[in-house]
Design a protein. Sequence first.
Length: 275
Amino acid sequence: MTEESKYEHVRIEHNEEGHYAVISINRPDKLNALQVQTLKEISEALESIEVDPSIRCVVLRGTKEYSKKPAFSAGADLSDRGSADLDPNNLRHQSHAMYRRHKYYDLIEEFHKPLIAAIDGYALGGGFELVLACDISIASKRSIFGLPEVQRGIFPANGGTQRLIKNLGKMRAKRMMFFGELLSAETMFEWGVLSYIVDDEKFEEFIHEKASWLGNAATNSLFLIKKSIDYGTQAPLNIGLQFEQMGYAINSQSKDVAEGISAFLEKRKPEFQGK
Ligand code: COA
């Protein structure tokens, strides 16, 4: 693993063999609470990874070196006073504050390579909403999820009222947002928010296994599957199916398709190059 240190709120590590990077939110004293700066740094890190062919998958997580409690992120930093240029009593300024945050969540969701949310501990508010912007979510059994904003009189506006509906449907999403309940990883898995739950002691190994698998997979194929699901399913079925047809056609030009088929016929493991 090599490490860069140009960021203040996040840390980046590169697993060369697995062809994946780990972005760790690194604000342990605040349970990795998110400021706009944190979201900006995650987006900037993803932007640099986007054009780095040696990285083909990203894990987003809370720092392993926690000082208080393990956390993916406890949500928006409640001690943050907000941007100095925005008036807290001006309706349009406050809408703009949310627009700024939405831009970062959108950039994260639209990242072209597979993005795994690795959750060990609290994933609350904006932290939970960050999980919803990822492609795959893996949580340790001890993790706790929720949108507690309403308990503080706040609105869960980092995509909560919009992205969560797609995962949970109206009744469960409103249950979470109306009562601000904290729910277990088991419940989140049962409700379809999590791709996997794993025993606490197996968490690190499992993350490495899944990230390495995606990092060594056919990257173009994963990119096109991702976009077809994320955009195709927002359109009527006939348009979505067009996405599939185009995705299939574009993917057929990838070198990894030839490698995958040859490897199968030659009864060997494919060596995908992400090309
Ligand atoms: N923003 C800023 N600081 C936060 C934070 C947040 N969202 N969540 C936790 N922290 C800080 C706490 O202030 C505390 O700091 P301190 O030790 O300097 O006092 C530290 O993280 C540990 O939190 P603490 O509350 O002592 O831990 P706990 O185990 O008793 O409770 C939580 C954990 C996550 C349930 C609780 O901290 C909490 O409810 N946090 C707010 C979650 C929230 O409302 N998120 C949505 C924001 S819109």
